[in-house]
Design a protein around this ligand. Structure first.
Ligand SMILES: Nc1ncnc2c1ncn2[C@@H]1O[C@H](COP(=O)(O)OP(=O)(O)OP(=O)(O)O)[C@@H](O)[C@H]1O
Length: 206
């Protein structure tokens, strides 16, 4: 059973070929690590899996009703909004189309737990734009993990983190997969491949 899959996916930006005939099957309760050098197409593949872009050839299959949470690599747009760390994490619990619904006790508990797990509870009232790179990354990771998703697509989620925070995040991701979710991680770090049930190394040139 797969939650999301790429089948013979080819993708190019205008005439720049990025992915060629990529196959990936993502199963529930698994960690998949996608590696490759800068520009090999890791972010592009995650965007395709999330449904934010369409392959030129091949198919993306998603299990009907599968909920997908994406942590993109480029998140600077959100800095334009006057959000605190707490606001940013709460956004992960909002329902599309019902952004202003009242958060329930369950929502608040999930937000508090994610902030605690990622070591950002003490930053709750700080503005997102005032954070260090690692604090910011942990906030956006909390925003993603607080979503009730079947698939978490995380683009280099530990790139800005110190060794301890990185280990903590690895533990959380493995825990999340053991609870049944599919976790897909783009990474430069070969060490992260050791977390993986499955890995995919994208070639430097498509
Ligand atoms: N919006 C875009 N328009 C045109 N070309 C793009 C666009 N986004 C990415 N590219 C190009 O597509 C290729 C793959 O980019 P992508 O960001 O998917 O790679 P990556 O493996 O995630 O890289 P990195 O490790 O640097 O994050 C690169 O050559 C990049 O220049």
């Amino acid at each position: 059973m797969v939650v999301v899959a790429a089948e013979r996916v080819t993708f190019r930006y205008a005439d720049v070929p990025v992915l060629r005939a990529v196959d990936l099957r993502v199963e529930p309760a698994s960690v998949t690590v996608v590696t490759g050098t800068n520009g090999s197409g890791k972010s592009t593949l995650l965007h395709l899996l999330a449904g934010l872009a369409t392959p030129d050839e091949g198919h993306i299959r998603r299990r009907a009703g599968a909920r997908v949470a994406l942590l993109p690599q480029r998140t600077s747009d959100i800095d334009a909004l006057p959000l605190t760390v707490l606001d940013s994490v709460r956004i992960g619990r909002f329902t599309p189309g019902r952004l202003l619904r009242r958060l329930t006790r369950t929502d608040h508990a999930a937000v508090a737990s994610a902030m605690e797990q990622l070591g950002i509870a003490h930053l709750a009232r700080r503005r997102l734009r005032e954070l260090s790179g690692g604090q910011r990354q942990r906030t956006l990771l909390a925003q993603t993990l607080v979503q009730d998703a079947d698939v978490y697509l995380l683009d280099e989620p530990t790139a800005a983190l110190d060794v301890r925070s990185r280990q903590r995040v690895h533990e959380l991701l493995v825990e999340r997969s053991r609870a049944g979710a599919a976790v897909v991680l783009a990474s430069h770090d070969q060490a992260e491949v050791s977390l993986a049930d499955r890995s995919l190394d994208l070639p430097a040139h498509a």
